[in-house]
Design a protein around this ligand. Structure first.
Ligand SMILES: Nc1ncnc2c1ncn2[C@@H]1O[C@H](COP(=O)(O)OP(=O)(O)OP(=O)(O)O)[C@@H](O)[C@H]1O
Ligand SMILES: [Mg+2]
Length: 268
């Protein structure tokens, strides 16, 4: 039986996409058959980050799979240059079709059923891990993906206003989710500043010590701290092929630590 992990945040831009990709790539490199799905259907990133093989106009997307019961998950899955790693893309929203259009509750209910079916099929196809690059906030979409997952990784940027906003609603969110099924949830600090002297380090450690208990009380386990990495950031200014699969060591190490904890705590 496989395992589904969603990478989630209450705020945008905290690093969900980069973290999802890093987790997926690391699991695949360790020999697990892994599929990464861009489920952020309102603002998909993977089409830009890892250009799909072939013509983007003639390929099929997750967004279409959710909408169209005639499509199978096999129709939307693509291999990439990393062994054991497949990717399912979402396409950039079209005006009127996916964008600026409020979907009925019933649409989201049937989308969740389509997702559950895809999950079953992917496990049958032998995937060990499904990684969902989620949308931030409390949309029907992000909640559907949280329900689908056995494990979520909440990505938090160390900034007092961001951490405050996160703390104020994760409590209810995770209480409801834990009532649906047993699950393991983690959080990570991402884009942690590299301090240059003791005073700066003290500010950072005081902040983390203040917020760690406030996040842990919602039942989340600290997975790792990922630094803000200049090299990773600079690579994102160049051609997509240059960065994604070869992580700088100071990012790879905490990701490995997170995965070790996930495997161990999840009993996998
Ligand atoms: N560890 C890191 N080191 C340096 N830069 C980072 C790191 N993590 C994320 N970034 C920067 O933050 C930006 C946003 O990251 P990412 O796209 O993964 O966030 P997101 O949470 O998926 O955003 P969205 O809410 O828009 O989906 C990246 O483009 C990158 O510039
Ligand atoms: Mg993203």
């Amino acid at each position: 039986m496989g395992h589904t992990i969603t990478v989630y945040s209450t705020r945008g831009g905290s690093g969900k996409t980069i973290t999802s990709l890093s987790i997926a790539k690391t699991l695949a490199t360790r020999g697990y058959k892994t599929v990464l799905i861009d489920v952020d259907i309102e603002a998909p990133s993977l089409v830009h980050l890892i250009p799909p093989p072939g013509d983007p106009n003639s390929m099929r997307y997750w967004t279409e799979y959710l909408d169209n019961p005639d499509l199978n998950v096999e129709d939307v899955i693509f291999t990439c240059k990393i062994n054991n790693l497949s990717i399912i893309y979402s396409n950039t929203p079209e005006m009127g079709k996916h964008f600026l259009q409020t979907k009925q509750r019933s649409w989201w209910e049937s989308a969740l059923k389509r997702e559950l079916l895809a999950q079953q099929m992917l496990y049958k196809m032998g995937y060990d891990f499904i990684i969902l690059d989620n949308q931030s906030g409390t949309s029907m979409n992000s909640v559907n993906n949280m329900i689908l997952a056995d494990t979520s990784v909440l990505v938090v940027r160390p900034a007092n206003y961001g951490a405050d906003a996160t703390e104020s609603f994760i409590d209810e969110m995770y209480r409801v989710l834990k009532g649906i099924k047993p699950r393991n949830d983690f959080y990570i600090w991402n884009q942690v500043i590299k301090t240059e002297n003791e005073d700066e380090e003290k500010i950072l450690r005081d902040f983390l010590e203040r917020y760690n208990p406030r996040i842990k009380k919602s039942g989340l386990t600290l997975g790792c701290e990922i630094p803000f990495d200049r090299v990773l950031n600079l690579r994102l200014l160049t051609s997509p092929e240059n960065y994604v699969f070869d992580l700088p060591e100071d990012v790879q190490k905490p990701i490995d630590q997170l995965i070790d904890t996930l495997l161990e705590k999840g009993g996998l």
